[in-house]
Design a protein around this ligand. Structure first.
Ligand code: GTP
Ligand code: GTP
Ligand code: MG
Ligand code: MG
Lengths: 275, 291
């Protein structure tokens, strides 16, 4: 778009199309364009590189650059939640590998006791990442597995306990109640632990991703987002609206199905990918 | 949401018993915003509102005694035109021959679960075999095996990493054990993953499916059109299944897919249980997208 001049009538149409096609969403797109128009007037730039940089800057203002805040000498818990099929279990496999390579002692809790072969699937990842996993039979109470995992993590002096949960939609009250219960167990049982609750979002999801973030945030106070499947042709632009409105940063991105396909979120690279 | 948007603009509109061109244009703009918020594809929305605007600016609406109702009718009718007005069936072989159904789609869209759901519908009058040709995802074969067991369906796979060989041997197994229908589960893959798309083309060649069904998440965003077009171009799919319709997503993907590929949505997934599976009725989706 930035090869055009601002007074080219197609310029803002093309900008609108680029942002909407990136799933940025209508409201946020209009807001970005208005914000950008004000910026341009202010800086009196008419085309090319200056325009591109100004635009990048207006997007940067909306997206924070934040990383996973690991605390030394205490138990850290990563509580992984999200709707069905977005990549929670696979992401936990990747996180285990990354964190173990940083020299941390990692343990997994298989709290998806509902879906067929969910525990088997996480167990394969535990083997691949070479980390211990606490699990029970399919159909057992996820709260019981969590209690078990916390006890084990404390006694084995684990640095990071990563909790896998079953996929669930935010409009199902009983399922959200279950995740709230798991959250309460974590809060009560290990008040001294550093806990981060991360919502996994699929980059291919449309505007519903915002509703997911908003609802899960209301239920269990999210600390951030993991955006998966960025190796697809989708851009996951909804995270801009999520960052801007809910103040939730993207902490990691998934870029494939291998154990190494996880990166810390890089805001500037992400903005480049949208443009 | 469009109903609340509509109520907003049409309250002002309906106070007037004649709509001006400006009223129509404002109404059309509201429709554009509502459809985009519902995840309808940008290009589909642009074409759609052009059609609506042309018709709405025509005699029928401007000169109608209740122009607002007429305007809403134009929008609704245009949506139904696109979605089609009847349900499309899957086409299976006659008795005596084995029907083959191939499930394809992106990662995590719900293929494995839906294989069991469709098998459950078909088992009423045929012996169904579920086949796992997913040699990539950890515990994928176990997942389908468990679902087959829970649903009372046959299950076949082999303990190696060649999906094409599994499919070939599944055909033979189905014949030997007198199955009437085979449902082939494949690994999720991106339309831009060339080796994996070639693998699907090979599976299609070997198994000659009666139905190739593309499984998509109902909450898919703007790029679903590129994805489905690609899969369709390479495999000539017979139909679409939209899953996770029990979420509160508006499901604009349904409109985008139908408009750009012409392929029918045949079923929807409405939950995680085997029985959460229904035939797709186009008229219902128009209402949902309009919110
Ligand atoms: N291409 C790609 N695929 C991914 C990525 N992350 C996960 N997947 C795939 O997405 C599919 C679903 O991943 P899971 O880890 O089972 O997702 P989940 O959220 O745990 O699913 P449920 O537990 O059933 O809700 C698998 O096929 C993964 O390999 C990614 O970053 N890129
Ligand atoms: N709520 C809901 N969940 C669904 C529906 N269909 C599938 N799921 C869930 O979505 C998740 C992914 O389903 P899978 O069947 O594993 O998806 P898949 O396409 O086989 O995934 P890959 O093989 O990794 O590509 C699971 O948690 C399913 O239980 C549906 O209609 N509604
Ligand atoms: Mg999982
Ligand atoms: Mg599968």
């Amino acid at each position: 778009i930035f090869t055009k001049k601002i007074n080219d009538p197609d310029f803002f149409d093309e900008m609108e199309e680029t942002l909407i096609m990136a799933d940025v969403g209508v409201e946020t797109t209009l807001e970005i364009i208005e914000h950008f128009k004000a910026y341009i007037k202010d800086k009196n730039i008419k085309d090319g590189e200056g325009l591109k940089n100004l635009f990048k800057q207006s997007l940067q203002d909306m997206i924070p650059q934040v990383t996973f805040d690991y605390k030394e000498n205490q138990l850290n818990v990563l509580f992984i939640v999200g709707v069905n099929g977005v990549g929670k279990t696979t992401t936990i496999g990747k996180l285990s590998h990354t964190l173990k390579n940083e020299g941390k002692k990692v343990m997994l809790a298989a709290c998806d006791t509902f879906r067929a072969a969910a525990i088997d699937q996480l167990s394969v990842w535990a083997d691949r990442a070479e980390v211990p996993i606490i699990k029970q039979q399919m159909g057992s109470d996820p709260g019981a597995v969590l209690h078990d995992a916390i006890d084990s993590a404390i006694s084995k002096q684990i640095d990071i306990l990563i909790v896998d949960t079953a996929g669930r939609f935010h409009n199902k009250a009983n399922l959200m109640a279950e995740i709230e219960k798991l959250n309460r167990i974590l809060n009560k049982k290990i008040e001294s632990a550093h806990k981060e609750t991360l919502l996994v979002l699929d980059a291919c999801t449309g505007q519903n991703a915002y509703v997911q973030a908003e609802s899960f945030h209301q239920s269990v106070q999210l600390d951030g987002i993991i955006l998966t499947k960025l190796d697809s042709t989708a851009k996951g632009g909804i995270v801009i609206h999520i960052a801007h409105q809910l103040k939730l940063p993207v902490k990691f991105v998934g870029i494939g199905e291998r154990i190494t396909d996880l990166l810390p979120f890089n805001r500037d690279e992400y903005i480049d990918s949208i443009l | 949401k469009i109903t609340s948007r509509f109520e907003g603009i049409f309250k002002t509109l309906s106070r007037q018993n004649r709509l001006s061109e400006k009223n129509i244009q404002d109404g059309v703009r509201e429709i554009k915003l509502a459809l985009l918020e519902a995840d309808v594809n940008y290009k589909v929305v642009k074409d759609f509102i052009k059609l609506v605007e042309e018709e709405a600016l025509g005699e029928k609406v401007l000169k109608s005694i209740s122009p607002t109702d007429q305007f809403i009718k134009v929008v609704h009718d245009k949506l139904v035109d696109i979605m089609g007005s009847h349900s499309d069936e899957i086409q299976l072989k006659k008795r005596g021959e084995i029907s083959v159904i191939l499930f394809v789609g992106l990662q995590g869209s719900g293929k494995t679960t839906t294989c069991a759901k469709l098998g459950n519908l078909l088992k009423v009058n045929q012996k169904v075999l579920l086949v796992s040709a997913d040699t990539y995802r950890p515990a994928a074969k176990d997942q389908l095996k468990i679902l087959a067991g829970q649903t009372g369906l046959g299950f076949f796979t082999e303990d190696h990493n060649d999906p094409i060989k599994i499919c070939k041997n599944a055909l033979k197994y189905a014949k030997d054990y007198e199955y009437h229908a085979i449902i082939l589960d494949t690994a999720g893959r991106l339309q831009v993953d060339e080796p994996l798309m070639v693998e699907l083309e090979k599976i299609k060649k070997i198994t000659e499916p009666d139905e190739i069904l593309f499984v998509s998440d109902a909450m898919a965003g703007q790029n679903v059109v590129d994805v489905v077009k690609s899969f369709d171009h390479r495999l000539n799919i017979n139909g679409i299944i939209l899953t996770k319709f029990d979420s509160d997503t508006r499901g604009g993907a349904a409109l985008s897919i139908k408009k750009t590929t012409g392929k029918s949505i045949k079923f929807i997934g409405t939950g995680e249980k085997i029985e959460n599976f229904e035939k797709f009725y186009p008229e219902r989706v128009a209402g949902r997208i309009l919110g």
